[in-house]
Design a protein around this ligand. Structure first.
Ligand SMILES: NC(=O)c1ccc[n+]([C@@H]2O[C@H](COP(=O)([O-])OP(=O)(O)OC[C@H]3O[C@@H](n4cnc5c(N)ncnc54)[C@H](O)[C@@H]3O)[C@@H](O)[C@H]2O)c1
Ligand SMILES: O=C(O)C[C@H](O)C(=O)O
Length: 337
């Protein structure tokens, strides 16, 4: 289900096709290591870094690394800085916005990040309406609907081109399950579906080789995957949330998108997208395994057979997801674009 060999090849092959990638929020905790990993990806030939502060320094630093991409930094100090970072780009990654502090939920970030993401989406609609957009900024369950709603209002929404990055949940699931089962984490593949916050994160252990884990261990594992973000927030003690593991997750996800653009076959990984799966229940966005292709999300795959226990998790997740999605959409409807 996951394309790990593709992720490995990205760092060792020479690019066949040139790809432009833009990181918005490139000066931040995620943005910097994510930009480094993208500089090492041979599929990327033109890397553009934008931030309201610090992107020039990060770009100059990375530009000394002898890989085949050029790197340019952009900021609001330049006329049309954001526009120039976006024009003609193929893939945009957005880790812009504030991270959590202990005691906060991702939804608590909405009051600041919703406006940031809305305004960035407006610029993207104008300058890069054909780009594939990968949203990292939290709360992902709401920020992806915000971007979709802005693009719809601007008449350029294409559901195949918008992604919420939930890869951190899948990499955590691989790591945590390997710790419980005593296995090699690089060989563990756990589909994680739903959304990206607490109980909306649904790891499908029944679809792994560890479906017979004793219930107590399974419940603890599911809880750890759902609340893995809190572990990092607590450990960083006010200095933010996951940045390095997120950079790895974001770079892996970007490589899935680029592999799809490049025409590679069977590139499949979960992402939070505009989805037909539960639309009849009023849930327009959902994370399930996506097949990537030249147009972006070539196919939204169903979640497959799940256990009775996972059905219960799904039912709970849907209730929260529905509210998170409505909150994002209403925010844009009440904004003056
Ligand atoms: N999807 C996920 O799995 C996941 C994982 C970790 C963190 N996150 C989220 O990613 C976001 C960033 O986290 P971080 O730790 O990198 O935060 P950070 O504060 O270290 O960096 C954020 C960067 O965004 C920049 N920024 C703010 N407004 C901007 C704008 N309008 N345009 C361009 N840049 C802007 C800031 O200047 C800063 O450099 C947070 O919302 C966090 O919750 C998501
Ligand atoms: O937990 C957070 O706030 C950041 C991120 O969404 C994560 O899962 O680590």
């Amino acid at each position: 289900m996951f394309s790990r060999s593709i992720a490995r090849r990205a760092f060792s092959s020479t690019a066949a096709n040139p790809y432009k990638v833009t990181v918005i929020g490139a000066g931040g905790g995620i943005g910097q290591p994510l930009s480094l990993l993208l500089k090492l990806n041979h599929k990327v030939t033109d890397l553009r870094l934008y931030d309201i502060k610090g992107a020039h320094g990060v770009a100059t630093d990375l530009s000394h690394i002898p890989t085949n991409s050029t790197v340019k930094g952009f900021g609001p100090d330049q006329a049309d800085g954001l526009k120039n970072a976006l024009t003609g780009t193929d893939v945009i990654l957005i880790p812009a916005g504030v991270p959590r502090k202990p005691g906060m939920t991702r939804d608590d970030l909405f009051s600041i990040n919703a406006g940031i993401v809305r305004d960035l989406a407006k610029s993207i609609a104008d300058a890069a309406p054909k780009a594939k957009i990968c949203v990292i900024s939290n709360p992902v369950n709401s920020t992806v609907p915000i971007v979709a709603e802005v693009l719809k209002e601007k008449g350029v929404f294409d559901p195949k081109k918008l992604f919420g990055v939930t890869t951190l949940d899948t990499i955590r699931a691989s790591r945590f399950i390997s710790e419980v089962a005593g296995t090699n984490p690089t060989q563990e593949k756990v589909p994680v579906v739903g959304g990206h916050s607490g109980i909306t994160i649904i790891p499908l252990i029944s679809q792994t080789t560890h479906k017979l884990l004793p219930k107590e261990k399974r419940d603890a594992l599911i809880h750890r995957i759902q609340f893995g973000g809190d572990e990092v927030v607590k450990a960083k003690n006010g200095a933010g949330s996951a940045t390095l593991s997120m950079a790895q997750a974001g770079a892996t996800f970007a490589n899935f998108v680029l592999s799809g653009l490049d025409g590679e076959k069977d590139v499949i990984s979960p992402s939070y997208v505009y989805s037909p799966l539960y639309k009849s229940e009023g849930i327009d966005f959902f994370s399930s395994p996506i097949t990537f292709g030249p147009e972006g999300a070539a196919k939204v795959n169903p979640i497959g057979e799940i256990s009775a226990e996972e059905e219960e998790l799904l039912a709970k997740a849907k209730e929260t997801l529905k509210k998170n999605i409505e909150k994002g959409i209403n925010f844009v409807k009440q904004s003056k674009l």
